[in-house]
Design a protein around this ligand. Structure first.
Ligand code: AMP
Length: 547
């Protein structure tokens, strides 16, 4: 028997309609690409999204068409999210930091019809325009006053297009499984792969995030998504923020410590979401200037492992709760969040930290399993570790137009292979041990490069650390620790090893420590171990001589 409930689709346009009706005066503040501070309300955002929907219709954009954005986090980008998906087109956000050949590949592979771009990115698109044969027009996200001279063909000014359009628009309703947005994720090899979200998955993901115990987002929250809107929809902030009437503060192009600290304190930001690299910059600035946060209550750290030292510094020195999240582009992206359970709160601080550095418990709607090399399930006993697989309604069931990648991305039961190696304890607490490709195999046992890195960055004179496996005739592989020192530090190898001794198992001790000025990072701020391994491919460990 079917329930007697209305058959109403889950639509992204419902979010902006709801926010306009329920929180009309709540603010959205943006630092723009032109360098200005812009503020308006959900009422304004909803009105302008409708105008933009009329613009898109006038450009003959239809359901299923891909519309690219190359843009920072600003109110205009927010309007594009709602206008494109709202009419059934697909908002394809592109990471401008990608290598140019991948950038062009993505636009061509997606067959984007129009590109919305911030003024900052005009030179980039000018350089590539010859390769982008399918693009019919470029819309520069600015007003007439800031419109640059450009060689781009069929170029439009965003504000001029908008001003000619009515703000009356009835959002259409259609199947909730309709594609709404597209984000490419770059793996370690090959071309980036497209993850295609739907209206349904986007709303379910937003509900799940809001239901996460402890996140506590509401009308009194002011959320700063430092994580870019081109990186998995800024982890969903532009969707779940309006659902609860939170103030949204968009940082635009300025992501350095000083700019973020100013925005956080001037705008009364209570929650900020971003990757560890960004928080390193912010903490460095706060430390140097001796400032404190005025209203900041919580930072969400994700995208890479959150080092214990970073969590401690936020909490001890600033009274800001630091919470770790784990996820993937393929998962919309949030998979787990690491909040202490009520029973953990009576533990001593060092025991609490051991829990906080784990990746946490699954969101509602995310199922997890770990398997051995033959695909057999491993117990959730907090000890066994193996490849982590996931399934759920906001997790991809196949990359966009990429049958080749899809053959290896799922197991026989249709679970998605994350490529992460993890442990899960009996309470469902998950801990990433490593990437399958980064784990160091020494004498048949696995050493977690992430654990070693986390311990190393606990040293006050170590700014960043990376561990890679280097071939070893006796052990197969042994760990090499590559370190970036804090400015002015003279820390040497012995100093690092002395610090690590006692904190890690003795056989995990790196066989060597080398110092570099900087480590290679990907376009999304992740350590690029492939590049690092390439850099050290001829490196010989001193311990090899001893064999
Ligand atoms: P992306 O799709 O680019 O966001 O990358 C997803 C990958 O980032 C995951 O499979 C993990 O390897 C890594 N990752 C994300 N969050 C965390 C975290 N909190 N701790 C460790 N690794 C993480």
């Amino acid at each position: 028997m079917r329930g007697l409930m209305m058959d109403r689709p889950l639509m992204i346009s419902h979010i902006i309609k709801y926010a306009e009706a329920t929180f009309p005066d709540q603010e959205i503040v943006s630092r723009t690409a032109e360098g200005l501070l812009h503020r308006y309300t959900y009422r304004d955002a909803a009105r302008r999204s409708r105008q933009l929907a009329n613009v898109l219709r006038s450009l003959d954009v239809k359901m299923g068409d891909r519309i690219a954005t190359v843009a920072w986090n600003t109110y205009r980008h927010f309007e594009i999210y709602y206008a494109t998906s709202g009419i059934g087109a697909i908002c394809h956000t592109i990471n401008p930091r990608l290598p140019v050949d991948q950038f062009a590949y993505i636009i061509n592979h997606a067959e984007d019809r129009y590109v919305f771009l911030d003024v900052t990115f005009v030179p980039l698109l000018e350089k590539l325009q010859g390769q982008l044969k399918g693009v019919e027009g470029y819309i520069v996200m600015t007003d007439a006053e800031h419109m640059p001279q450009t060689s781009l063909p069929n170029v439009y000014c965003y504000e001029e297009l908008l001003q000619d359009q009515s703000d009356e628009f009835e959002w259409p309703e259609f199947d909730e499984y309709t594609a709404s947005s597209l984000c490419y994720t770059s793996g370690t090899t090959g071309n980036p792969k497209g993850v295609l979200y739907s209206h349904r998955s986007t709303l379910l993901h937003a509900f799940s995030v809001l239901a996460t115990p402890g996140l506590d987002l509401n009308e009194e929250s002011a959320v700063l998504p430092v994580v870019p809107m081109f990186h998995v929809n800024a982890w969903g902030v532009p969707y779940f923020g309006p659902m609860v009437g939170a103030k949204i503060v968009f940082p635009g192009p300025k992501l350095d410590g000083e700019s973020l600290a100013t925005l956080i304190n001037d705008e009364g930001v209570t929650e900020a979401w971003g990757v560890p690299t960004v928080w390193l910059g912010l903490l460095g600035y706060m430390r140097k200037t001796g400032q404190k946060f005025k209203a900041l209550k919580r930072v969400l750290i994700g995208g890479s492992a959150a080092p214990g030292a970073m969590i401690t510094e936020f909490e001890r020195d600033y009274g800001v709760q630091a919470v770790q999240g784990w996820g993937m582009t393929e998962m919309s992206p949030v998979g787990t969040v690491s909040f202490l359970r009520p029973k953990d709160r009576s533990l001593p601080p060092e025991k609490q930290l051991e829990i906080k550095v784990k990746q946490g418990r699954a969101l509602f709607g995310v199922e997890m399993k770990i398997v051995d090399e033959n695909g057999n399930r491993l117990p959730h006993d907090g000890k066994a570790f193996g490849e982590l697989l996931v399934r759920g309604p906001a997790i991809t069931c196949g990359y966009y137009r990429n049958p080749e990648a899809n053959t290896s991305a799922f197991d026989a039961e249709g679970w998605f292979r994350t490529g992460d190696v993890a442990r899960i304890d009996p309470d469902g607490y998950m801990e990433i041990v490593d990437r399958t490709k980064d784990v160091i195999k020494s004498g048949g046992e696995w050493i977690s490069s992430i654990d070693l890195e986390n311990e190393a960055v606990g040293h006050p004179e170590i700014a960043e650390a990376a561990v890679i496996g280097v071939p070893h005739p006796k052990w197969g592989e042994r760990p090499l620790l590559v370190v970036v020192r804090e400015q002015g530090s003279n820390l040497d190898k012995q100093g690092v090893l002395d610090f690590l001794r006692g904190r890690i198992a003795s056989w995990w001790m790196p066989d060597d420590v080398v110092f570099v000025d900087e480590l290679p990072h990907s376009a999304t701020g992740k350590l690029q171990k492939v590049k690092l391994r390439e850099q050290f491919k001829d490196y010989k460990l001193p311990t090899v001589e001893e064999v």
